[in-house]
Write a protein that binds this ligand. Structure first.
Ligand SMILES: C[S@@+](CC[C@H](N)C(=O)[O-])C[C@H]1O[C@@H](n2cnc3c(N)ncnc32)[C@H](O)[C@@H]1O
Length: 170
């Protein structure tokens, strides 16, 4: 059971209602006293998302932080989370991963959205920072011996990495 989770995004309710729905589903899947911590750079998105948490009847299950992920993540407690969901700036995913490895307890899970990037990650002509960041992320989760990882080809690609417990091997 997930006690605490963190998401590096919140919602674009007017444009992408899916983002808020994901947060609501995550919050509803938490253990009784679990809290979902979200980080959103845009105050208006944050405001809209909070309204959706009220509507969903779960405002007390969500701690919403306004700020850029790379400014906020260093302030969060080591080993305080069972799940991290990464979905902000794709170029920054490798840095989010370093934070997630510090924040998520052994046995926990790190998820990253959009890792196929509409096929651009396999297009050699695509060398923009977001695509390169996603390639680096995929390489790191494949090579990191602290993780067991798989990329699901659902939607735009979802990377699922489980953090190994001490002494655990593949
Ligand atoms: C990146 S979008 C999610 C896109 C979604 N995965 C999709 O496939 O359409 C989610 C949110 O990230 C927020 N965001 C952008 N940069 C951010 C950052 N550096 N830190 C935190 N949130 C950020 C945006 O304001 C937006 O509300």
């Amino acid at each position: 059971m997930i006690a605490n989770a963190i998401a590096t995004y919140l919602a674009r309710l007017t444009a992408v209602e899916d983002d808020a729905l994901r947060a609501i589903w995550l919050a509803r899947g938490l253990a009784e006293k679990g809290i979902l911590t979200t980080i959103e750079a845009d105050p208006e998105h944050q405001r809209l998302a909070k309204a959706s948490y009220e509507d969903a009847g779960i405002p007390s299950r969500v701690r919403s932080i306004v700020g850029r992920a790379l400014d906020v993540l260093p302030r969060l407690a080591d080993g305080g989370y069972d799940l991290a969901f990464l979905d902000a700036v794709k170029a920054e995913y490798p840095e989010y991963l370093e934070h997630a490895l510090r924040l998520v307890r052994p046995g926990g899970v790190i998820l990253a959205d959009n890792v196929l990037w509409s096929g651009r990650v396999t297009d050699r002509k695509a060398t923009d920072p977001d695509t390169e960041g996603l390639r680096t992320y995929a390489r790191r989760i494949a090579e990191d011996e602290r993780l067991d990882s798989v990329i699901l080809t659902i939607g735009d690609g979802l990377a699922v990495s489980r953090v190994r417990r001490p002494g655990e091997t593949a």
